[in-house]
Design a protein. Structure first.
Length: 278
C-alpha cells in the first residue's frame, strides 16, 4: 500500500511540479498567470473608494475572483504537501512560507472579520501578504538562479564595497554638518548623512541643499563618487553572472549520450542531437 502511495505521489509530482516535463511547465505557467491576475485585482481593490467607485455587483465580481484565486492556490499548496517527499521540508522552505503566507489573509479575514474593521494596519498587512503572490512568478524563471548564484559569489566584494561607501557617507555627512550647519537644513548628523546618501545615489530630492561654495564643492565630489555606486556593483555582478552561465552551460548533460560541453543557448546536444534539459 505504501509503495502504491509513493508511486502515485511521484507520478503526481512529475505531472504537476517537475519543470522538465511539459505538463509541469504548463501547471507552473497557469499558477504564474493566476498570481499575476491576483496582484492586478489587489491593486485595483486598493483604489476602491478613493480612485475607483464600483457598484455592488462589480464589487461582488472582485470578491468572488479573489475567493476563486485563493482556493486555487490553496489546492496548489495541498498538492505540493501531498507530492513532496519530505512535506515538513517544503512547509519551512522559502517557497513553502510564501505559498502559505499568500493564502492565509482571506482565511484570517473569514475567521476574524473584526480584525479588518478594528485594525487598519492589520488590514493593510493582509493586502501586502497577498501581493507576495507576485513572487510565484519567479518559479517560472529558473534562470534567475544564475543571478542569485552570481550575487552569492560576489557577496564578499559587494559587502566590502558597500561598507566603504557607508563609511564615506558618514564622513561626508559629518563634513556637511560642519560646513553648512543647521542654518541651511543640516540640523543633525542624521539629516546630514541622509543628504549624503540621497546625493551619492544621484536622487537629489532637494529638501536639503548646500548653499556655501565649500559645501557645493563637497556635494560635487559626492555626486561624482555616486556613479561608482552603480558602475562597480554592476560590473561585479555581470562578471559573476557570465562565469555562472558558462559553468551552467558546461554542466548541462545530454540525457542520451551524457555529453556535458554545451553552449548556454543550445537547445540540442552537439553530439547526438537530442533535446537538452532546460
Amino acid at each position: 500500500m505504501s509503495g502504491l502511495v509513493s508511486s502515485v505521489r511521484r507520478a503526481l509530482y512529475r505531472k504537476l511540479f517537475d519543470l522538465n516535463t511539459r505538463s509541469g511547465r504548463r501547471f507552473e505557467g497557469m499558477c504564474a498567470l493566476f498570481a499575476l491576475l491576483s496582484v492586478i485585482v489587489i491593486f485595483i481593490e486598493s483604489g476602491v473608494g478613493t480612485q475607483y467607485h464600483l457598484t455592488f455587483e462589480e464589487w461582488r465580481v472582485f470578491v468572488w475572483l479573489e475567493i476563486f484565486i485563493t482556493l486555487v492556490f490553496t489546492l496548489e499548496y495541498l498538492l505540493r504537501l501531498c507530492c513532496w517527499a519530505n512535506p515538513a521540508k517544503y512547509v519551512f522552505s522559502f517557497w513553502g512560507i510564501i505559498d502559505l503566507a499568500t493564502i492565509l489573509p482571506l482565511y484570517v479575514m473569514w475567521l476574524w472579520p473584526e480584525i479588518s474593521l478594528s485594525y487598519v494596519f492589520a488590514w493593510r498587512a493582509m493586502r501586502v501578504l497577498r501581493v507576495l503572490r507576485i513572487l510565484k512568478l519567479l518559479r517560472f524563471m529558473p534562470s534567475l538562479r544564475v543571478f542569485w548564484n552570481a550575487l552569492k559569489s560576489a557577496r564578499h566584494q559587494l559587502m566590502l564595497f558597500y561598507s566603504f561607501i557607508a563609511i564615506l557617507m558618514v564622513v561626508f555627512g559629518a563634513m556637511m554638518y560642519l560646513i553648512e550647519g543647521p542654518k541651511y537644513g543640516f540640523t543633525t548628523l542624521n539629516a546630514s548623512v541622509y543628504w549624503a546618501i540621497v546625493t551619492v545615489t544621484t536622487v537629489g530630492y532637494g529638501d536639503i541643499t548646500p548653499h556655501t561654495p565649500l559645501g557645493r564643492m563637497v556635494a560635487s565630489v559626492l555626486i561624482l563618487i555616486g556613479y561608482s555606486v552603480i558602475a562597480i556593483p554592476t560590473g561585479l555582478i555581470t562578471t559573476h553572472m557570465s562565469s555562472a552561465f558558462q559553468q551552467r552551460g558546461h554542466q548541462r548533460k545530454c540525457p542520451q549520450c551524457q555529453q556535458t560541453q554545451h553552449e548556454h543557448s543550445a537547445q540540442f546536444c552537439n553530439r547526438c542531437g537530442s533535446k537538452l534539459p532546460g
